[in-house]
Design a protein around this ligand. Structure first.
Ligand SMILES: Cc1cc2nc3c(=O)[nH]c(=O)nc-3n(C[C@H](O)[C@H](O)[C@H](O)COP(=O)(O)OP(=O)(O)OC[C@H]3O[C@@H](n4cnc5c(N)ncnc54)[C@H](O)[C@@H]3O)c2cc1C
Length: 409
């Protein structure tokens, strides 16, 4: 069977599905291809992770009509405490310094998947092929052709699209198939994540302790729960994964301290090896590389999906403003790539730089960490500047992130 569409999105994870929803009102015929059922226990994107969605991301999702489905399960981040392991002092970030009531919200990735699926079911112009897997791509002049694996009845399919978006994760098969080079760095760290329930209510407070093996973060979550992200050397993380619940909770409590009392209950633990994978180009002929396929980054500062959502908002805005009928035109893709350079470069360099500065064993690195930390603690102007960037306001900001409609009304 062969089919035709305007825009084919390979990968219906956090980034790909968000793009499909953002593009839905623009009138293009969009096909979203996802290999793993949205509600499957093995869905790699919609799992137990607690995602911090920045202020600008919440606005983007609101403009896409998705926020109202997420809001009942979202927890506002009302204060952030940043500390350094084994060093005195803390930086307290208060959204009031920026005239805001919250920095963003925390949402479980699994809940995000459920909201996305619901929204896609109510959306015209988007056909969802799931479970369906893309095995190859042929680049053409007027369109690119995707080859899909045979379905359970043994039928194979091709799909021609004027624009293909590869949102198929850090190991993107489309990117690999096209031999697009990547920069990659293995941090030798693994994040162990789970939910914990402390004795005291979190009151929207988020805690991040920066250590030489990555952050130890406790994030406010629904009810009394908190999301725990514990980055450790890959060796230590393997040990943490093997501990029984009681010992793990005791160790996590020891590391965290007493700000929320003792940790009482724990959910399922999962482990994520941490790597930087960055495609050396984010566009090629009738193709955009998006999300983890373009830039999978360290979770310090919780920037990965937030960055991808801003990519989504910009691509949707360019296509909305163009008003022509060919979404794969090279000038549009060039415009997208140019626009995204500053934000992508700044966000990726910051998360990579922070991770490496904290991991570095030298005295000089320790001095820089302390000096940076003190400047951050003592200079409200610097704090505001960094907080603004962390909330997604860096470089030219797309309309959706400013709370404006995608199209000029
Ligand atoms: C521990 C941890 C904590 C994090 N916390 C945060 C946070 O707080 N805030 C934040 O902004 N970011 C966070 N991130 C980053 C965030 O998880 C990623 O940015 C996000 O998952 C990227 O989504 P994606 O859709 O690009 O890729 P993925 O999540 O990898 O999804 C790719 C999708 O493509 C599908 N797929 C793959 N190959 C094919 C194929 N050939 N055909 C069809 N479908 C295919 C897969 O099944 C999958 O559904 C965190 C990451 C980690 C590891």
């Amino acid at each position: 069977m062969s089919k035709v569409c305007d825009i084919a999105i390979v990968g219906g994870g956090l980034a790909g599905a968000s793009l499909a929803i953002a593009l839905a009102p623009l009138g293009f015929k969009v096909t979203l291809i996802e290999a793993v059922a949205f509600k499957s226990a093995h869905q790699p994107s919609y799992d137990d992770r607690t995602l911090v969605l920045s202020h600008s991301s919440c606005r983007i999702l609101s403009g896409m009509g998705l926020w109202e489905k997420l809001a009942p399960d979202a927890t506002a981040v009302r204060k952030i405490f940043v500390t350094q392991m084994d060093r005195p002092g803390q930086v307290v970030l208060d959204p009031a310094e920026l005239g805001l009531t919250e920095f963003g919200h925390v949402v479980e990735a699994r809940r995000f998947g459920a909201a996305v699926q619901k929204q896609l079911q109510q959306t015209e112009n988007v056909e969802v092929l799931c479970p369906a897997s893309v095995t190859a791509i042929e680049i053409g002049e007027a369109s690119n052709v995707l080859h899909l694996a045979a379905n359970k009845d043994g039928e194979s399919m091709t799909l021609a699209a004027r624009l293909v978006v590869a949102a198929d994760g850090a190991n993107s098969s489309i990117r690999n198939h096209l031999k697009i080079p990547v920069q990659s760095r293995d941090y030798g760290q693994t994040a162990v994540i789970c939910n914990v329930t402390p004795e005291l209510p979190h009151q929207g407070q988020s805690f991040e302790c920066l250590t030489t093996s990555g952050p130890f973060a406790v994030l406010p979550h629904t009810g009394m729960r908190c999301g725990l992200v514990w980055s450790a050397s890959t060796q230590d993380a393997a040990v943490l994964m093997e501990l029984d619940d009681e010992t793990f909770l005791a160790r996590a409590g020891q590391r965290f301290g007493t700000a929320l009392g003792a940790f009482k209950k724990i959910g399922r633990r999962s482990a994520y090896p941490l790597k930087l994978v960055r495609a050396r180009q984010d566009i090629c002929s009738r193709l955009v590389i998006l999300g983890n396929a373009a830039h999978a980054i360290h979770p310090v500062g919780a920037q990965g999906f937030n960055l991808a959502l801003r990519d989504v908002a910009v691509l949707a805005e360019i296509l909305a403003d163009d008003g022509q009928d060919d979404p794969g035109e090279d000038r549009l893709l060039q415009q997208y790539s140019r626009w995204r350079k500053i934000d992508q470069h700044g966000t990726i360099s910051w998360s990579d730089g922070m991770t490496r500065l904290f991991a570095h064993p030298s005295v000089l690195a320790a001095g820089l960490r302390t000096a940076g930390f003190m400047a951050y603690a003592l200079l409200p102007g610097l704090r505001r500047q960094i907080a603004n960037k962390a909330m997604g306001y860096r470089g030219r900001v797309p309309r959706l992130a400013l709370g404006e409609p995608l199209r000029f009304q």
